[in-house]
Every structure is written in structure tokens, then in C-alpha cells.
Design a protein around this ligand. Structure first.
Ligand code: ZN
Length: 323
């Protein structure tokens, strides 16, 4: 469909965090087909329910690459757009509403933006193996700091740039931009990044100290070669709520801020804190078990519709057996 040296480009911007919105400018190179089908996943791997992420796309427009002409398109179904491109390169401009504090989709407030690729990046049907390039414009009104397990290739005054081998890789590294508390620690040569959203004074040294034996255990259990060189615990702090979602080299967590140890508190481990460490352990375990050890149907799953398996019990239940 595309020449071998082609890439799909996505430019993400957060011009107005107060609107809980981000924008994407997607550039599709010249191709051999008359039309192009663009689709957004209906579910995110690791959370096995139809979520209909496309409902959050609130504006959509297609232009020729030079911006001088509108390109015809129509909606083919709830999550698919058919572009009448006639083989020419084109640009898609769309806006996504991001106000779901669940770690499954995307959330933007006055402090930070958290974005899963499954909520952000349209997929081109039939070009699953084309490399992707992501540019994130540094925001004016959020703290211009970014964290993701996607390898960064450019960090300039105005933008960050990342590359990925294909679409499935692009969508398996959630992005965090804005205010956070974070630090790195190393276990047997692997860099682990611990991040908490916002400005809550979490005792990050203490959490780091308690996470190290968990990381050591999992690395030792599965052995070398390790599947990651850098791993991010990306924690969104909330008033209430609980969740964790595994990714290739990171996890996104949602946790109540006052169940974590704060600076100046006693060393006693509350039930809430023990549960947080357990959640971190569970999600890190998925780096092997589920992200890399999985049934064939889940290696490149069909994200456009339900993908059935009778093995979910061992994805999540196996953990219960270990407790
Ligand atoms: Zn799990």
C-alpha cells in the first residue's frame, strides 16, 4: 500500500487543557489504493471490553498535503472513516475529548495530560507494519515534561519526537505530559521510572525502597535476557478509584493519593499502601505473563471488535493463585 521507506506521522498538541482536549494531525503518505480506511480501536489490550474510544473524536477534517484542498470522506461505521484520497498523500486533523480518569483512555486537567495511543492514533487498515513517527508539541500551559516508555529521538525547544516500528508498538506506550513527581532507580541494569501525577508529596524514596525487592524478584523469576531496558510505573493519583493496565514497557496505574505514604508520615505500612505495592507487582508481572507470553489470537489482536479467548482466567487468576 505504501512504498517501503514510508512512515505514518502523527503530531499531537494540547493547546487548551481547560477544554480537556488534544488535537492530532496525521499525515498519510502517497499510496497505491484509491481510498484509505482509518479506524480507531474499539478496545485496549489488557482491558477486555468494548470501549468505543471513537466516540471521543469531536472534530474531523481531511485536507490535501499542501492544505489547499479538502479531501472527500465519509464515516463507514462508528469507528471507521473512509478517505477518497485517489492515492495522494493527505492530512487528517481531529480533536479528541479527554476527560476519562480511568487509565483506559485519556484524561487532561490543568496539571497534566495522560493519553493512551488507542484513544489517540487512527490506524490505517492494511498497513499494520508501516513505521510510525510521533511528534508531541510542547504545551504552553502545562509543565513541559513528558514521560513514556516509547524511545525518544528528538527533544528540541518546541517538541519531542518518537519513532515506533509499527502501529501496535505505537499504541502500547501511554504518554504523560505535565506536572509530576518522578525518579529513576536501577535493578540489575534495568532503569525503572516511578511517576506520580500532580504535586502530592508522596514519599517517593520509601516507595522506591519497597519496589526494588519486587522488581528484583520478577527479574530473577523470569531470568535473562530481560525483555525491557527501561520500565515506567506511571501512576495517576485520584481521590478514589483503582486500576492498573499493563503495557510493553510500562504500566498505567490509578490510585487514591491518601492511601500512599506521604512525606513525614510514620513507616507503618497501611493496607492501602500494601495494596498499591501489590498492584505494582501484578502489573510488572504482566510484562512477561500476558505482554509476551500469550495465546496466538492475542499476539496481534483485532482491536476493531471483540476478540474471544477462554484463557483470561490465567491472565489475571494466576496471580490470585500465587498470593
Ligand atoms: Zn492484571
Amino acid at each position: 500500500m505504501f512504498p517501503t521507506d514510508s512512515k505514518i506521522q502523527y503530531q499531537l498538541a494540547i493547546p487548551n487543557p481547560e477544554y480537556h482536549e488534544f488535537t492530532i494531525e496525521m499525515t498519510v503518505p502517497a499510496h497505491s489504493s484509491e481510498s484509505v480506511m482509518l479506524t480507531l480501536p474499539a478496545w485496549i489490550p489488557g482491558s477486555y471490553m468494548i470501549r468505543d474510544f471513537a466516540k471521543s473524536i469531536v472534530t474531523f477534517d481531511v485536507q490535501s498535503l499542501d492544505g489547499n484542498n479538502t479531501v472527500a470522506w465519509h464515516k463507514a461505521d462508528k469507528q471507521t472513516w473512509a478517505i477518497e484520497s485517489h492515492g495522494n498523500a493527505f492530512t487528517v486533523l481531529y480533536t479528541v475529548y479527554a476527560n476519562d480518569l480511568s487509565i483506559r483512555s485519556a484524561f487532561i486537567n490543568h496539571e497534566y495530560a495522560f493519553i493512551n495511543g488507542t484513544s489517540a492514533f487512527l490506524q490505517i487498515e492494511g498497513s499494520d507494519e508501516t513505521p510510525c513517527e510521533l511528534t508531541v508539541i510542547k504545551p504552553n500551559t502545562l509543565n513541559p515534561l513528558i514521560e513514556t516508555s516509547l524511545p525518544m529521538s528528538i527533544d528540541s525547544d518546541s517538541l519531542w519526537q518518537f519513532t515506533s516500528t509499527n502501529y501496535d508498538d505505537l499504541i502500547d506506550h501511554p504518554l504523560f505530559v505535565g506536572e509530576s513527581l518522578s525518579q529513576s532507580f536501577w535493578v540489575d541494569g534495568i532503569e525503572f521510572v516511578l511517576l506520580f501525577s500532580g504535586t502530592t508529596p508522596v514519599d517517593i524514596e520509601r516507595v522506591t525502597k519497597d519496589l526494588i525487592p519486587i522488581c528484583e524478584h520478577h527479574l530473577s523469576l523470569f531470568g535473562k535476557p530481560y525483555p525491557v531496558t527501561r520500565y515506567v510505573f506511571m501512576t495517576l493519583l485520584s481521590e478514589s478509584g483503582y486500576g492498573g493496565l499493563e503495557h510493553m514497557s510500562s504500566t498505567a496505574l490509578l490510585y487514591p493519593r491518601y492511601d500512599l505514604p506521604l512525606m513525614g508520615e510514620s513507616d507503618e505500612k497501611s493496607d492501602g499502601y500494601i495494596t498499591f505495592l501489590s498492584l505494582c507487582s501484578h502489573e510488572l508481572f504482566h510484562t512477561w505473563h500476558v505482554k509476551r507470553i500469550k495465546p496466538a489470537i492475542m499476539v496481534t489482536p483485532d482491536l476493531s471488535q471483540e476478540t474471544y479467548t477462554n484463557q483470561l482466567w490465567i491472565y489475571e487468576g494466576f496471580y490470585e493463585l500465587l498470593r
